[in-house]
Design a protein around this ligand. Structure first.
Ligand code: GUN
Ligand code: ZN
Length: 484
């Protein structure tokens, strides 16, 4: 297999691993900066020194360029760009989505990508606009699928081909596309046509289409989110299982005088100080950066540093098992990101199936935390807790001898036996002072255990203030206030 992905660590549906392309290996998640050969604010060589292991460039631009076409064919892309890492080429589909047509066929662009020595080739898929109706989306998807099949037929099963997943905003079409791409044997699968969603802050729709595609794509496929450039959404996308991002945003924002942070962007004129640790920001004042002759380049460098640092942070979060905390933090930056985060939490049942068993910690960060995969999973496993005929759930205090079983209580998870006190998630879970939302969620756990053990009698021991909540969730359960 020319392209192979191996996951080494995972958290939620996010993975951190290795992508092997021919003889080259890159770490994931990864950012592939977009290179326009005519306009290099930061050179590929400089990027290599910044730790960039892969980049993406547009084969269509090369094929149409007097300056670069023949050189690329004669010397190869790596020589022309002076970059030793992985180079992925896009086909011209982006031009297709902007200008409506391109003067190249599917097999022509793929042959050209092969002939210039690209490491990953993209067929001429059709990025359907999210505003297209179902009939249009379906017929464009059919053309995309024909071209992917043609790519496999002409270039063989081991060619380093990407298989883009299209289907507009229709979940069932994204599912169909994911299945067909998988059946054709693609192991590198970009999710396409999401740029307009991200440009318009439609993160709910983004979650809907990526999750739909992921339902039918192989878990061993490497997933590239086409055109995802702003670092504030990388954590959210990674949590869904996206492994690669490509960004022209670092350069486009720079040209537009915009300064990226992991939480959002500023116009450079708005900043009175530079809140970043990169070399550009530590060697310039905000005013110097604003007035610098090479402002575009400096901003591009800064934007790239910020983007790469976010990827590093995500890899660490996956290793630690703290990706939900990072998603929560990032998604507070914009109301529409919060909407996307909440939409992702709606998928907790699917995500919980693959979420890892133990993590470094669980920080409670508000109501959303109650809907996290770890809470769901804990409560799914609760029926396995063995109890006697009389069960006390003690919110406070220790074992009471008059009960056959004493369980303790940790919101938002629920009841737990003493043996689980130090284990994940009960032990490493840090919560603030109890509030009604988390207690209510924990009480659901008691309800589950009670339903599993209908012949046992359950008693809750808690402070008076919790009794109405306990009654509300558990009805006629016996409640006492005997904590010492
Ligand atoms: N760049 C951004 N979106 C897309 C897409 O859907 N397909 C291709 N080939 N390139 C893209
Ligand atoms: Zn900086």
């Amino acid at each position: 297999m020319a392209i192979a992905f191996e996951s080494l660590y995972s958290d939620i549906a996010g993975r951190s691993g290795k992508l092997t392309v021919g003889k080259k290996v890159i770490r994931t998640p990864a950012l592939l900066p977009v290179i326009n050969p005519h306009l290099q604010l930061v050179t590929p060589k400089e990027m290599e020194k910044m730790g960039v292991e892969a980049l993406i460039t547009n084969a269509y631009i090369f094929s149409q360029s007097k300056q670069f076409r023949d050189r690329a064919l004669a010397e190869g892309l790596h020589k022309v760009l002076d970059f030793n890492g992985v180079i992925m080429t896009d086909s011209g589909s982006f031009q297709l989505s902007v200008y409506g047509q391109v003067s190249i066929t599917n097999t022509e662009t793929l042959s050209f990508q092969r002939d210039i020595g690209s490491d990953i080739w993209v067929p001429l898929d059709i990025p359907t606009s999210p505003n297209s109706d179902r009939a249009t989306t379906e017929s464009e998807l059919a053309i995309t699928m024909q071209r992917l099949k043609e790519a496999k037929d002409v270039f063989g099963p081991d060619a380093p081909l990407a298989g883009p997943v299209q289907g507009g905003i229709f979940e069932d079409l994204r599912e169909r596309a994911g299945k067909e791409v998988t059946d054709l044997g693609f192991s590198f699968c970009p999710v396409g046509a999401v740029v307009p969603l991200m440009e318009n802050y439609r993160y709910r729709d983004l979650v809907s289409v990526v999750m739909a595609a992921k339902r039918t794509l192989s878990p061993s496929a490497c997933i590239h989110l086409f055109g995802a450039g702003h670092p504030s959404m990388f954590a959210l996308a990674t949590a869904m299982g996206c492994d690669l991002f490509d960004s022209a945003a670092y350069a486009l924002y720079a040209k537009d005088g915009r300064y990226m942070t992991p939480h959002g962007s500023f116009r450079i004129g708005e900043l009175i100080d530079l809140p970043c640790a990169c070399s550009v920001c530590r060697s310039h004042t905000a005013e110097e950066l604003r007035d610098a002759k090479d402002r575009e380049r400096l901003l591009a460098l800064h934007n790239l540093h910020v983007t790469l640092a976010e990827i590093a942070r995500i890899r660490q979060a996956i290793f630690d098992g703290t990706l939900w905390e990072l998603v929560d933090e990032r998604c507070r930056a914009h109301p529409q990101l919060l909407a996307g985060y909440r939409a992702l939490l709606d998928h907790a049942p699917a995500l919980a199936q693959h979420d890892r068993v133990s993590k470094r910690r669980f920080f409670y960060r508000g109501d959303e935390s109650c809907r996290r995969t770890e809470v769901l999973r804990y409560q799914q496993n609760l029926p396995r807790v063995a109890v006697g005929k009389t069960v006390l759930v003690a919110f406070e205090g220790g074992i009471r001898d008059e009960f056959e079983t004493t369980l303790f209580f940790k919101p938002p998870f629920g009841p737990y036996p003493r043996e689980l006190k130090e284990t994940f998630p009960i032990g490493p879970c840090e919560i603030p002072e109890w509030d009604e939302v988390m207690v209510r969620k924990g009480l659901e756990g008691i309800r589950i255990l009670r339903e599993k053990n209908p012949t046992s009698t359950f008693t809750v021991s808690c402070q008076k203030r919790w009794e109405p909540v306990v009654r509300n969730v558990l009805g006629d359960i016996e409640v006492r206030h005997d904590a010492v």
